[in-house]
Every structure is written in structure tokens, then in C-alpha cells.
Write a protein that binds this ligand. Structure first.
Ligand code: DP6
Length: 337
């Protein structure tokens, strides 16, 4: 086979990857936990062709960014070197979600690219090997390889830093009601942010708390305990954002006391969640490196949560909020091109 197509979902981190032990290999400082998001996906076709002098990358629906092209080519080099070939490839990738809907395409993008390229080159890789490879494209991409609820074992070397399934997609009927409150590109990328995590004076506190938090969250998922899970989820999001907001740094023009991914609407939603919960609606939030608020609830409460968000948007005249619903989903898989 010289050509293959793969589909992968982005994943939402419940326990976060923020800070790297090795930034070249994307080896994280801690274990993390996530869920694949069923409402959105990336589909990627890779075709190796001896007639090509360079890799060609086509991002359907968006102008291809030179930076993305380079990352794709570099990733293909890793896969080519495993297969011991130098053939260039034509890559076509398409996101089901438009830019600005609050989903990072790098996790689903590098997971789909890894699987499609490995299949096109007839590499016989197991799930662990695929996740190790995807991780080198973008860290969080390793968690989009296995199905459902996933844990990424941090490890210390490339070979022992991989993602594995924690539970199948149908293990727990929770839903992510994602509310994107802005369509603007964030100013500090995740990759840049990771490098600043250790600048926070609170990093050591976080490092000390993470091992027991990981165990509690893992068990809460396995036992489908929404109360414990929700409390761990929210405190984890706030702890990561505390690290971000206290990661002081310089760039060429200025000094910054930290990275602020929130917008005023983000805080509006965080406060609303506390009110809704106090009023008896069981819903918890988490946030990644952006202003989008992910609301986690049971499937049976999904409509009420979405309705509460719509009411809030109407009250505040927020016509630009984009709401999507995501159920736990399978991992990366091959599909017809
Ligand atoms: C906040 O995987 O995008 O979403 O490895 O540099 O590509 P790179 O970073 P990336 O970081 C994701 C950060 C996060 C938390 C998480 O997904 O665990």
C-alpha cells in the first residue's frame, strides 16, 4: 500500500499535560488522562509517491500554514526513517470543525497523520508504538490513538512514554458540552506555554499533588463516580491555569507576569457553573489552553446544561458562542479514502 486514510478525534484532557521533561521528544513531566471527543474529528490521507520532490500538504478548508507544513514533514521523516524509505508524500487533511470552535487540531491531526502514514508504508505498529510516534508530532496526539478514556504514562524515555486505554467509550455516559466563547487565535501556543511551566513558583506544589490526584481521578472514572471526578476535574483545571498565570516571562518586546488564556466570558461561564450546581444541576467544567469552557455532565443532563448555556448567552447577548456536544469516542482508525 502506498496510500491510506485515517480518522482521529481530538481529546479533552481531564488531568493535564503542561510542562515537558524533554521538549524534543515531547516527554511530559506527569501522567495525564483524557477522553476522545466524538463530535469532532480530523481525516487525513497520506499518499507516498516517488514522483514527488517535496512533501505536499493540503489543509482542506483553510490556507495551509507554512509552520504546520514543516511540522508535518518532520513527522513524516520519523515514519519514513522507521520504514527506511525516503519517498515524499502528498498529505490531505480536513477538520470537521472550523478554526475558532475551540478544539486544538494538533492532537487529532497528528494522530490521524501517524496512522495513515504508517499504514501507507505497511509498517506493522501496535497501539503503543503508534502512540509513541504520534506523541513526537504533538504530545497530546498520543492520547487520540487508543479508544475512549485514555491515560498517558509519562515515562522517562521515548519508549516508555505512551498512551493506553483506561476505559472503553461506552464505559460511562458522560458528555462534554463545549462552549467556544471566541473565534480568535490564541497568542501563546501550547508548545510555547509548556516551556514556561517551570517558571511558575507553584510548579513544585503542583508536582507534589499530581501523583495522588492521578490515582483519585483514574479511580473516579473506573467507578463512574461523577462527584469525585468532577471535583478533581475542576481543581485540576484551576491548578493548571494557576501555573499558566504565574509563569512570568519575557519576549522581544515586553515582560509578562504569566499566560492568560481566559476571556471575560470564560469567567462568566465558570461562575455560572457554580450557580447551576448549587441549584441542583450536576455539571463540572474544565479548560485547556484557551478560553473554551468544557462542561462535563451525565448524558441525562445534557439538554438542561445546553439550555442553561443558551439562556446565559441570550441574557448577555453573546451571539458568537459556539456550542458542541461530544460523547466518548473511539481512537484513531483507518477509513476509506
Ligand atoms: C493544555 O499537545 O498541544 O491541551 O506537545 O507542544 O504539541 P505539544 O503540546 P500540546 O499540549 C496540550 C496542552 C493542553 C493539556 C493537555 O492536552 O493535556
Amino acid at each position: 500500500m502506498q496510500k491510506a486514510t485515517a480518522l482521529a478525534h481530538p481529546n479533552l484532557a481531564f488531568l493535564k499535560y503542561w510542562g515537558k521533561r524533554d521538549s524534543k521528544l515531547n516527554i511530559p513531566l506527569n501522567n495525564s488522562i483524557s477522553m476522545n471527543l466524538g463530535g469532532v474529528y480530523t481525516q487525513t490521507t497520506v499518499e507516498f509517491d516517488n514522483a514527488l520532490a517535496e512533501d505536499e500538504v493540503l489543509v482542506v478548508g483553510q490556507g495551509a500554514e507554512a509552520k504546520f507544513d514543516r511540522r508535518v514533514s518532520k513527522h513524516l521523516d520519523r515514519i519514513r526513517s522507521l520504514a527506511q524509505v525516503s519517498t515524499r508524500a502528498r498529505v490531505k487533511t480536513q477538520n470537521s470543525f472550523p478554526a475558532g470552535t475551540g478544539f486544538a487540531s494538533s492532537a487529532s491531526g497528528f494522530a490521524a497523520l501517524t496512522l495513515a502514514a504508517a499504514a501507507a508504508l505497511n509498517l506493522n505498529l501496535d497501539e503503543r508504538q503508534l502512540s509513541i510516534l504520534a506523541r513526537q508530532g504533538s504530545g497530546s496526539a498520543c492520547r487520540s490513538i487508543p479508544d475512549g478514556f485514555v491515560e498517558w504514562i509519562a515515562g522517562e524515555t521515548s519508549e516508555d512514554s505512551f498512551a493506553r486505554q483506561l476505559a472503553t467509550p461506552d464505559h460511562w455516559d458522560i458528555v462534554d458540552v463545549a462552549v467556544a466563547v471566541s473565534q480568535e487565535q490564541k497568542k501563546v501556543s501550547s508548545s510555547e506555554g509548556h516551556e514556561l511551566a517551570l517558571n511558575s513558583p507553584f510548579w513544585d506544589v503542583r508536582a507534589g499533588l499530581l501523583p495522588s490526584k492521578y490515582e483519585r481521578m483514574r479511580h473516579a472514572i473506573l467507578e463512574r463516580n461523577l462527584v469525585t471526578f468532577g471535583q478533581e476535574l475542576e481543581t485540576e483545571a484551576m491548578m493548571m491555569h494557576s501555573i499558566m498565570m504565574t509563569s512570568a516571562h519575557h519576549d522581544n518586546t515586553s515582560w509578562y507576569s504569566g499566560i492568560y488564556y481566559w476571556l471575560p466570558d470564560t469567567l462568566e461561564l465558570i461562575m455560572a457553573v457554580q450557580t447551576w450546581r448549587a441549584d441542583g444541576l450536576e455539571v463540572y467544567f474544565t479548560l485547556d489552553a484557551g478560553p473554551t469552557v468544557h462542561l462535563i455532565c451525565l448524558e441525562s443532563n445534557k439538554s438542561m446544561v445546553a439550555e442553561a448555556v443558551r439562556r446565559l448567552a441570550t441574557q448577555h447577548d453573546r451571539l458568537n458562542w459556539v456550542i458542541t456536544e461530544n460523547h466518548p469516542a473511539p481512537g484513531a482508525r483507518l477509513v476509506d479514502g
